[in-house]
Design a protein around this ligand. Structure first.
Ligand SMILES: Cc1cc2nc3c(=O)[nH]c(=O)nc-3n(C[C@H](O)[C@H](O)[C@H](O)COP(=O)(O)OP(=O)(O)OC[C@H]3O[C@@H](n4cnc5c(N)ncnc54)[C@H](O)[C@@H]3O)c2cc1C
Length: 402
């Protein structure tokens, strides 16, 4: 770990989501004075779960947020890939104690509000909410952002952690429309007792793969609630309804024909909301002078690898350590080094998320049979999932931050 900067650097973080708050905590930890500007009226996230794998947990440890997450979340024991229509088991990956030893940390099934609370708890300086950044200027000593009210904030460096539709990214590189994947995600939380009798393995993530659709589901808050994410082709959902809660009958139609366990979960859902799934092609540059992008603002990926938030946590550790090593002398150089250090890994994650999206929703029977056979063989030869994900989960974002 780098040494703390001697003369405090000032930093503005645009966006108080998981990436922005993590970046602020990390920068404070290396001695910077940080202001987080968040457009919403409070620091909060959608009511849904997020899987934080071992690589992300190592970042949480650095940020001082691991204990909170451990106390509020289910530690993952296993991950199951299953057939959509008959529930046939394709592979079970062991992620309990053996997984923890193999990957260097546990992984957790976390409520997003708990993850944000765990991070926010570590912040010295409270975020300024209701502060929507509308423009950015480079200055001789750093950068200045202007919020909707006209108020201006200047600092030695600015981190754009403002998500998929990042204003900071647009200010740096112009308008670039994200790619729509053609799929939407139905997201729901149900009381755990409604699915408790379905015989699902405790503390585990269950993923069902079907023709053009897939589901990822898991428990949260020590089995208080159960998280459902169902991926379906966008044409199965009325476009206009994306921004409001979806019609649950539509959800049920998309998942008709599911196996008994999955059907039991779908029937337990009373209300759900819809998220369109977007990604962007990798950016060559994430920085201009003393301004850098982080998290979804830099590299929005598909959720079919469960890594977007974790990549933002890794970015946060990396940017802070790069800045702390260089200090005020070369903020722009430190940000460029951070970006080039993080780029290949986030490109690999994006590529794998796209391959996974195809693999999870295969329709052609021959391709389905080949996939299933491959996974069944791997269960014996690779019970901890290292062949597929060792490169991802073993990574230590703290010791490999720079
Ligand atoms: C269905 C689904 C499931 C997922 N599952 C997982 C998972 O299991 N594991 C995982 O690691 N990742 C997962 N992800 C990805 C993860 O949610 C994102 O990658 C992560 O939330 C990105 O965090 P962020 O802070 O970069 O961006 P965001 O969460 O988008 O936060 C951006 C913040 O910036 C604020 N903002 C935006 N514009 C401005 C502005 N102009 N001024 C001020 N503030 C602004 C926003 O209000 C917001 O608070 C999933 C995503 C989806 C859609």
């Amino acid at each position: 770990m780098g040494t703390a900067v001697s003369k405090p650097l000032s930093a503005i973080v645009v966006g108080g989501g998981i990436g922005g708050v993590a970046a602020a905590v990390a920068l404070e930890k290396v001695g910077a004075k940080v202001t987080v500007l968040e457009q919403a009226s409070e620091i909060s996230d959608v009511g849904a779960g997020v899987w934080i794998t071992a690589n992300g947990v190592k970042a949480l440890e650095f940020l001082g947020a691991h204990d909170y997450v451990r106390e509020t979340s289910n530690a993952t024991q296993s991950q199951h890939y299953l057939g959509f229509d008959d529930g046939r088991r394709l592979i079970r990956t062991e992620l309990g104690e053996r997984g923890r030893r193999r990957y260097g940390a546990p992984s957790y099934l976390v409520h997003r509000a708990d993850l944000l609370a765990a991070l926010s708890d570590r912040l010295g300086n409270s975020p300024r909410v209701g502060s929507r950044v509308v423009s950015l200027e480079h200055t001789s000593s750093g950068a200045t952002v202007t919020v909707e009210s006209g108020e201006r904030f200047s600092a030695d460096l600015v981190i754009g952690a403002d998500g998929l539709k990042s204003v900071v990214r647009q200010e740096l590189f112009g308008i670039q429309v994200p790619h729509f994947s053609g799929q939407v995600a139905w997201r729901a939380l149900v009381p755990f007792e409604r699915i408790a009798g379905l015989g699902l393995e405790p503390d585990s993530q269950h993923c069902w793969f079907g023709d053009s659709r897939a589901v990822v589901a898991y428990p949260l808050r020590h089995d208080l609630i159960y998280n459902f994410v169902g991926f379906v082709p966008a044409h199965e959902v009325e476009r206009e309804s994306w921004l409001r809660s979806g019609d649950v009958d539509e959800l049920r139609r998309s998942f008709s024909g599911a196996c008994t366990q999955l059907n039991g979960i779908v029937n337990a859902i009373d209300e759900a909301f819809i998220t369109g799934l977007y990604f962007r092609e990798p950016l060559d540059k994430w920085t201009v002078k003393n301004v850098a992008l982080l998290g979804d603002a830099a590299h929005p990926t598909l959720p079919t690898i469960g890594q977007g938030a974790t990549m933002a946590l890794e970015d946060a550790v990396s940017v802070a350590q790069h800045v702390s090593q260089t200090g005020r002398q070369s903020v722009s150089g430190a940000l460029e080094d951070y970006a080039s250090h993080r780029r290949d890994r986030t490109v690999d994650v994006l590529t794998t998320s796209r391959t996974n999206a195809e693999m999870m929703t295969l329709a052609d029977p021959a391709a389905v049979a080949a996939r299933d056979q491959r996974f069944r063989a791997m269960e014996a030869s690779d019970p901890l999932g290292g062949e597929l994900y060792g490169w991802l989960w073993s990574y230590d974002p703290v010791s490999q931050a720079v």
